[in-house]
Ligand binder design. Structure first.
Ligand SMILES: *Cc1c(COP(=O)(O)O)cnc(C)c1O
Length: 381
């Protein structure tokens, strides 16, 4: 079995619905091409309604920009420490360094692969005792799987440290019925090209407190004071989403729940098809958790597969023009963060060693999924 079409199968490619182009055309027809405009407000309202829990939303140019603004609004400054999940994409941690502050990395727990609450509390106690009480906590809902967010919020509240919830990969996921991104003092979303929905590039900041969103919007539009001339009493940023991008976003919101269903079906397909192969396992939703299954991830345990590794699978797929990718390399192992403190337990290192993200786009056909599974099974024959 090989990939019968010469067409590349991507890890997670954009998937447009029927309405995106109509919204974009409307932007063109009304000449709302400049940043701001009615689609930006419309997209924010769509997100607000979807997320529920009375949150407010600012549409921005990227998820990374949203984290940067969140840290600024929490007054994070040079030499401050921010606790950040180690097992994540670098964009969760990079904005900490934009402010001259220092990330302290927290390893994961085994159930959800996200921030370990015990290590989090240990880090808070130890760093506070050292006179460096953390200024913020950034947990991540990786691959759409909810972190143990209720427990993390309890700990954060106990020590009075604000949480920035990185829900970049988890739009539509929920924990005990509450949508992710709405638990922390602030939450962030991403609409980059490979995320569950895309605006071709974009992000959002979410907060229950409307004044936070007003301040974020002000900073994101060059911090211009109310005056007829250009008057500035703060340093500003050019971080607002454009009206054209927001038009794509409004179209994508129409199909978001369908996209989640399609991604969840990918997961079920892979799980069913690979269930009899020893040494291949999947991460399950703990009670109360609902994952958007942004990417289907598998763990390949070479001691149980007869020596077959995740690299064997990745390379076999690659030879057939099929993209798969190792799980995120933890931040505490990244050269750029080698001087940062970390609280580790080995969980994310093992996940990185043995884990693989399988093609997970919502536009995959059953034929393509079958091809992928057959190539994997062939390795085990
Ligand atoms: C994609 C992503 C981001 C950054 O979002 P951008 O919109 O690409 O800037 C942040 N955190 C995580 C976990 C992500 O996957």
């Amino acid at each position: 079995m090989s990939n019968p079409s010469s067409e590349k199968i991507w890890l997670s490619s954009p998937h447009m619905g029927a309405k995106e182009f109509e919204f974009v055309k409307e932007a063109f027809d009304t000449n709302w091409i400049a940043p701001l405009g009615p689609h930006v407000n419309g997209f924010e309202t769509d997100l607000k309604t979807y997320l529920g829990n009375n949150v407010h939303v600012a549409a921005l140019s990227a998820g990374t920009a949203a984290i940067h603004l969140a840290l600024i609004l929490l007054d994070v400054k040079a030499d401050d420490e921010v606790l950040c999940q180690s097992f994540t994409f670098s964009a969760s941690a990079n904005p900490i360094t934009y402010l001259g502050a220092k990330p302290v990395f927290i390893d994961s727990e085994k159930d959800t692969w996200n921030m370990c609450p015990e290590l989090l509390e240990q880090a808070i106690i130890e760093r506070s005792a050292a006179g460096k009480k953390p200024k913020a906590i950034i947990p991540v809902h990786l691959y759409g799987m909810p972190a143990k967010i209720e427990r993390i919020m309890e700990i954060a509240d106990k020590y009075d440290i604000p949480v920035i919830e990185d829900a970049a990969e988890a739009l539509g996921s929920s924990s005990h019925g509450q949508r992710l991104g709405t638990f922390g003092k602030m939450g962030i979303l991403s609409f980059n090209g490979n995320k569950i929905i895309t605006t071709s590039g974009g992000g959002a900041l979410v907060a229950g407190d409307e004044t936070i969103i007003q301040k974020a919007t002000f900073l994101a539009t060059q911090a211009r004071d109310a005056a007829p001339h250009y008057q500035h009493s703060h340093i500003g940023y050019n971080y607002r989403m454009s009206n054209v991008s927001a038009g794509i976003g409004r179209g994508q919101m129409v199909v978001l729940d369908e996209r989640i269903a399609q991604r969840r079906n990918n997961f079920l397909f892979y799980k069913e098809a690979l269930k009899d192969i020893p040494g291949i396992s999947f991460v399950e939703e703990p009670a109360g958790a609902f994952s958007n299954r942004w990417l289907t991830t598998v763990i390949i345990e070479p001691s149980e597969t007869g020596g077959i590794t995740r690299e064997d699978i990745r390379i076999a797929l690659e030879k057939n023009n099929i993209e798969s990718r190792p799980l995120w390399k933890p931040m505490h192992l990244q050269p750029v963060f080698k001087n940062c403190l970390s609280y580790t337990n080995g969980v994310s290192e093992t996940l990185f060693e043995n884990g693989l993200c399988l093609p997970s786009g919502s536009n995959l056909t059953t034929q393509q999924l079958s091809t992928i599974v057959e190539i994997i099974k062939q390795l085990f024959r």
